[in-house]
Write a protein that binds this ligand. Structure first.
Ligand SMILES: Cc1cc2nc3c(=O)[nH]c(=O)nc-3n(C[C@H](O)[C@H](O)[C@H](O)COP(=O)(O)O)c2cc1C
Length: 168
């Protein structure tokens, strides 16, 4: 059976080394593409039906509200064929110590029982935060493998780290 790399990645202003910087290609997207290339997996980018704002001031407000209210974030391009995959790599940026609510919403659409899940994230500090705890409680019955966390500024230099993790 095939593997899937499913990820969300945000393009706009983000926080890097505690500074606000403009990025043109998401850090998580760069890692996701590397993983898909190494594993020959299908690549699926999770996109919101309503695009997120591009400025840091606005995205921060949207994300804070989402974290408080935990809404089901509508996905533009919902994946139909998850049953074709037995291994699913799930990638996301850390947004306030856990995964974005769009990832929680994506996961809630499927039954992951019996699947192998390999989580990866990019961040600015603090590794996965509480994301792995949340993933374990959300994906009952899945086998969740050790995660890969990469600092946003290191994604281009992390080929060896990614390769070692993929092959472990
Ligand atoms: C709204 C927002 C909240 C964030 N919160 C955290 C956080 O709690 N911990 C952390 O390490 N990084 C945090 N970051 C930084 C991102 O996780 C980091 O820049 C990541 O590499 C972005 O990935 P992307 O380009 O794929 O979206 C935050 C960024 C944004 C925009």
């Amino acid at each position: 059976m095939k593997s899937l790399v499913a990820y969300f990645s945000y393009v706009g202003q983000t926080e890097l080394n505690r500074q606000i910087v403009e990025i043109e290609k998401g850090h998580t997207e760069i890692v996701a593409e590397k993983i898909a290339k190494l594993t020959n997996a299908d690549l699926y980018k999770i996109e919101p039906a309503i695009a997120y704002p591009k400025t840091y001031a606005d995205i921060v407000n949207v994300v804070r509200k989402e974290n408080e209210e935990n809404p089901k974030v509508e996905i533009k391009n919902l994946l139909e064929n998850i049953n074709d995959y037995d291994t699913v790599y799930i990638g996301f940026p850390i947004w306030y110590r856990t995964y974005p609510r769009i990832i929680a919403s994506f996961l809630s659409n499927y039954d992951f029982a019996g699947k192998t899940v390999k989580p990866f994230c990019t961040n600015d500090e603090g590794s996965f935060g509480i994301a792995l705890l949340e993933l374990n409680s959300q994906l009952k019955g899945a086998t969740i493998k050790p995660g890969l966390a990469i600092h946003g500024s290191e994604v281009e230099k992390s080929q060896d780290k990614i390769e070692a993790w993929v092959n472990q």
